[in-house]
Each structure stands twice: as structure tokens, then as C-alpha cells.
Design a protein. Sequence first.
Length: 79
Amino acid sequence: MFRRREPVPFAFIAEADKFRSNVSPPPRERASAGQIAGRSLVGLTVVAGLVGALLLGMPALSSGQAPAHTQQSEASDGR
């Protein structure tokens, strides 16, 4: 008549079927126009910061040619 279930390591998993509910949670509130605008502004600020950092960092990352004029100290000159 009753089928025996496999043992599970946690008792609350085995008894979870008893506590199922047909009550659904209330629907989420829609974000207001101000909240949407604020989130968009924060997102745009983050993206602009990343693009700006990339643009400012590109000259340092580029492998430019060696400088044409190198400085030598007077100490390296043979007297």
C-alpha cells in the first residue's frame, strides 16, 4: 500500500512534501520611473568609467618605438 522512500541524509528534505503550499507570493511591485532612471544612470556611469579608463590606459599599453634620443649621464663618459 505505502511505498517506502529511500533514506535521505536530511530529514527536512524527506518531509518537504508535507509543507508544500498552494499560496503564491504577492506580485512584485513595479519600479517607479525614478528608480529606473537612477539604475540607468548608475549603469551608464559605470560603463563610461570603464571606457574612459580603457581610453586613458591605451597609450601605456601600446608598444611604441624606442625613444630616438637617450640620455646619458656624465659619469658614463670616459674622461
